[in-house]
Structures are given as C-alpha cells and as structure tokens.
Design a protein around this ligand. Sequence first.
Ligand code: MP5
Length: 206
Amino acid sequence: MTLKELRQLFADSWQRATQHPFLTGVRDGTLAQRAFEVWLVQDYHFVRGLLPFQARCLALAPRPDQPVLVRGLGALVEELRWFEEQAARRCLSLQGPVHPVCRGYVNFLWALSFRPYVAQLVALWALERIYLEAWTHAQPGAEPYREFVEHWTNPDFRGYVEELEAAAARALDGSTPAEQQAAGDALAETVGHEVRFWDMASEVGT
Ligand code: MP5
C-alpha cells in the first residue's frame, strides 16, 4: 500500500483537520483572539512533546532517514524559541496547565515510540503534512495571524515535509502487512488528534 492510498482511507477526517473553521477564522480574521491564544500556548506544549518523540524516532532511523530527522529536530528547537517569543509578545504564560486534548496527543506519541518505525514515520509525516495543508488553507491570513500562516507555508517547510514524505514512502514500501496495519492505525489516530486539537482551541477560546 502506498502513502497516497493510506491517506485516502482517512480522506474525510483529513479534510476536517486541514479545513477546520479555526483556519477559516485565521484567514478571514473572525477567529476569537482568545481561541488563537489557547491554540498558541497548547501548541507550544505539543511541540515540547513532539521533540522527544522525534528524537526517539531518530534513534531507530535507517541511515538514509537520518538527515531529515536531524534537520527536523533542529527546527523544533528553533520553533520552541519562536513560540516563547510569540507568547512573551502577547503576555501569555507558558507555565499554565496542559489541556487534556494536548496531553492525550503527546501521550499517543509516547506510546507510538513502542510501535514499528514505519508507524512512527507515517504519523510524523501526517502531522507535518496536515499543518502544511491547514495553514495553506488559511492563506494569506488576517493581519494578526499572518506570521503564523507564513511559518507553516514557506518553501523551506514545504521541502521538509516532502523529504519526510519520501522517507515515509520508503519505510512503507519495505514493510510487512502487520507493519502496514500499524501505520494505518497510527495515521487514523494522528488525524483524529489533529481535528480534536483545533476543536479544543475553538471551544476553550470562545
Ligand atoms: C504540528 C504542530 C506541526 N505544531 N501542532 C500540531 C497540533 N500538529 C502538528 O509540527 P511542527 O513541528 O510545529 O511543524
């Protein structure tokens, strides 16, 4: 099974994850400021959890996948600094509680570390690909949010997602039926977590 075929199995929830009302609100400026702030703080917590997941993934990676995973880890460290700057500019505390939806997503990534490498890589590709498509949907973004739209739509980020896609496709290509099943399960769960993350920010912030 190819990555494209796998993704097609979850086309409906993929669309909900990439065309959520939160993103339409970013595009036309109707998103409540509080919803955006909730998302920003929780996404910081998410990225803090994503980094160790990706580091564990790197530990398992075959030689050809090492460069893209190392590149991504460097970008995550830089992104955390960027989030801290964004939060400070808006006087938002990053010390507050982690929302159960965010915690559930990070816990899922932790558990995924004990599943086959291909499942981990497919999930990593999916969560990055969803962010690329989601923020592309929000383009160009209303003024207060434009910098965020640019952050996840710039050519560098697109190139990173394409490299991850190639690595995930290679892993899937050489996988057993049981590993393909694990990859499909991981993909379904990842897309579900992405939808719930936007729902959470929209609900808590309004
Ligand atoms: C990403 C993210 C993309 N920041 N938050 C969620 C909930 N899903 C995906 O990850 P990155 O590393 O910020 O591009």
